[in-house]
Design a protein around this ligand. Structure first.
Ligand code: SF4
Ligand code: SF4
Length: 89
C-alpha cells in the first residue's frame, strides 16, 4: 500500500502535468485568420473561435516546436514558456 506522502507526491505531479506549459499570445490586430497555425500544429493545440481567430484549446499538448510562430505570415503569434493559456492582444 502507498504511503500518504507518496500519494500526495503523485497527485501533485499529475496535477502539474495537466497544467499548460506555455502562454499563447495572439495578436488579433495582426492576425488575418488564415488558419495556417491551426492546420500546421501537429499537436492540434489550436482551434478557431467564432470569428475565425486561433485559440489554444489544448495548451498542455504544445511541445514548443515553434512551427506555428515561424510559419505565421503576420507575426501574430507568440509563445512564452510558463503556465497559462491564451492572451489576446
Ligand atoms: S509550438 Fe508547435 S506544438 Fe506548440 S502550438 Fe506551435 S506548432 Fe503546436
Ligand atoms: S498563422 Fe498567424 S495570421 Fe494565420 S491564423 Fe495563425 S496567428 Fe493568424
Amino acid at each position: 500500500m502507498l504511503s500518504k506522502k507518496t500519494k500526495t507526491k503523485y497527485t501533485e505531479k499529475k496535477k502539474k502535468s495537466k497544467d499548460p506549459k506555455v502562454t499563447f499570445m495572439i495578436f488579433d490586430k495582426w492576425c488575418k485568420r488564415c488558419g495556417i497555425c491551426i492546420e500546421l500544429c501537429a499537436q492540434n493545440v489550436f482551434t478557431d473561435d467564432e470569428d475565425g481567430y486561433p485559440r489554444a484549446v489544448k495548451p498542455v499538448e504544445c511541445n514548443l516546436c515553434g512551427f506555428c510562430i515561424t510559419r505565421c505570415p503576420d507575426f501574430a503569434l507568440r509563445i512564452i514558456e510558463g503556465a497559462g493559456t491564451n492572451t489576446t492582444v
